[in-house]
Design a protein around this ligand. Structure first.
Ligand SMILES: *[C@@H]1O[C@H](CO)[C@@H](O)[C@H](O)[C@H]1NC(C)=O
Ligand SMILES: *[C@@H]1O[C@H](CO)[C@@H](O)[C@H](O)[C@H]1NC(C)=O
Ligand SMILES: *[C@@H]1O[C@H](CO)[C@@H](O)[C@H](O)[C@H]1NC(C)=O
Ligand SMILES: *[C@@H]1O[C@H](CO)[C@@H](O)[C@H](O)[C@H]1NC(C)=O
Length: 409
């Protein structure tokens, strides 16, 4: 064998130069697995950090610093956050520029409460100033996550900033009152381009919980279908891949992202359109995501067969499309014994056993504003109201063991 000196030099430079350092991206898919650049399996075990509500700033910063919140996530052993954003923020950027934090809080909370909350945010996060914009908060969260070795998964949660989701909120389906398709594509393109500099943006969810736009019968009857899903999701995925070829692209399903059946099976979506992973040049960037809130399910076997039927069968290797699956939302009340119930304990064992990644809903102990109520207490939040401690140490200890089981595999 000939000694190839230049390669050795390049390799050494790579190690020294940090190219072989965390996060070891980009991530790629291989069958049902997600691999890093070292060829190792990567499974997400993380939490949702909402940022897509009225203020369009990630929650909690009036109570805690970004560093302390991220340290909390890290203390659970988690390796990822699902950071949600609204397209409206990017629309604003195009229509005159992103707004400052003070402006954002005043607009969403009013000029009495807005400045109070804004000043608390500055007090907890002294690196912010009067000129800091909403997008710069995203930058700061990504930077802290990079420092603490946590992957960032962006998620487009809403078009118009607000609490998600209902079938009548105007954000339900492509072409709905606030769901302008061109603006949506532009917003995705903007965020994946912007996030290139973060160093830990590994993936993006194109749209959270597509659902029936039930207050618009024309849209419901003529457009709420898999054909139209295909047209829009495939077009957006191409735009994302062209803008940032490194990141994984997550495809969510219909009915609040509870079903991906015809996508996995590769069956006729309507007008002889078939989802065929191998026909995409970026097939190794495509991931499926499902949500599961079957909190009152009666048995674990029912829950498992529901998940299999709704999309987990992609993992079996027997379907037309074999792809990685991530449960990007599941969750339960943190104020009672829900974590010991059938639903939570089933997912607790089943997801790690299936080597399926997940993000629990939700990190937030409270929201700046939710559905019109300011300082809204989130009983499903891992954090307590003021984000100073876990809401339930028992539930969180239980969750921590699920993280360990997930990452052990
Ligand atoms: C990924 O994990 C599975 C299940 O543990 C294992 O069979 C497979 O070999 C792993 N792949 C790599 C590249 O480590
Ligand atoms: C329903 O949606 C379509 C498509 O966006 C739109 O043209 C129409 O005005 C909407 N109808 C109502 C009643 O909102
Ligand atoms: C899927 O696409 C690939 C590549 O274009 C093609 O070879 C294959 O026949 C297609 N499969 C189906 C089921 O259409
Ligand atoms: C945060 O909430 C906890 C629990 O309600 C309380 O004990 C603590 O004093 C609060 N901390 C602050 C800084 O308000």
């Amino acid at each position: 064998m000939r000694l190839n000196l230049p390669s050795i030099i390049v390799l050494t430079w790579g190690v020294v130069g940090g190219l072989c350092a965390w996060p070891n991206g980009p991530l790629v898919t291989s069958g049902r697995w997600i691999h890093n650049s070292l060829g190792q399996n990567v499974t997400y075990a993380g939490v949702n950090w909402p940022g897509a509500a009225d203020v369009m700033i990630p929650e909690g910063l009036q109570y805690a610093s970004i560093a302390s919140i991220v340290s909390g996530i890290k203390s659970l052993g988690m390796n990822a956050i699902r950071l949600t954003f609204a397209i409206e923020m990017i629309d604003d950027i195009y229509n005159g520029g992103d707004v400052t934090l003070a402006t954002a809080f005043n607009k969403a909370l009013g000029t009495t409460n807005g400045p109070v909350v804004y000043n608390k945010v500055l007090k907890n996060n002294p690196s912010f100033s009067a000129s800091t914009t909403r997008l710069q908060v995203y930058d700061a969260i990504a930077a802290e996550c990079l420092k603490q070795e946590i992957y960032v998964h962006l998620d487009n949660h809403m078009s118009k900033g607000g609490w998600c989701c209902s079938t009548t909120d105007g954000n339900a389906w492509f072409g709905d009152t606030y769901f302008n398709v061109a603006n949506w594509k532009r917003g995705l393109e903007y965020m994946v381009t912007h996030g290139k500099s973060w160093g830990n943006l590994m993936s993006i969810g194109m749209r959270n919980e597509l659902r029936t736009p039930s207050d618009n019968t024309t849209l419901t009857n003529n457009y709420y279908n898999w054909d139209n899903w295909y047209t829009n999701m495939v077009a957006a995925s191409k735009i994302i891949n062209t803008a940032n070829s490194n990141i994984l692209i997550f495809f969510s399903g219909l009915n609040f992202d509870t079903t991906l059946t015809p996508i996995v099976a590769g069956t006729n979506l309507g007008s002889s359109v078939y989802f065929n992973k191998t026909s995409f040049p970026y097939w190794d960037k495509m991931v499926l995501e499902l949500h599961d809130y079957e909190n009152s399910v009666s048995s674990c076997s029912t829950l498992q067969s529901d998940l299999t039927g709704n999309g987990f069968s992609t993992l079996s290797g027997t379907q037309t499309n074999t792809m990685p699956m991530v449960v990007t939302e599941w969750g339960h009340d943190q104020t009672d014994g829900s974590y010991t119930g059938v639903y939570a304990s089933c997912l607790h064992s089943y997801l790690p056993a299936q080597h399926v990644g997940w993000m629990i809903w939700v990190l937030a102990g409270s929201y700046y504003i939710r559905s019109g109520t300011q300082d809204y207490d989130e009983t499903w939040g891992l954090y307590n109201h003021n984000w100073s401690a876990w809401r339930s140490t028992a539930a969180v200890a239980n969750l921590q063991s699920m993280v360990s089981a997930t990452l052990a595999s």
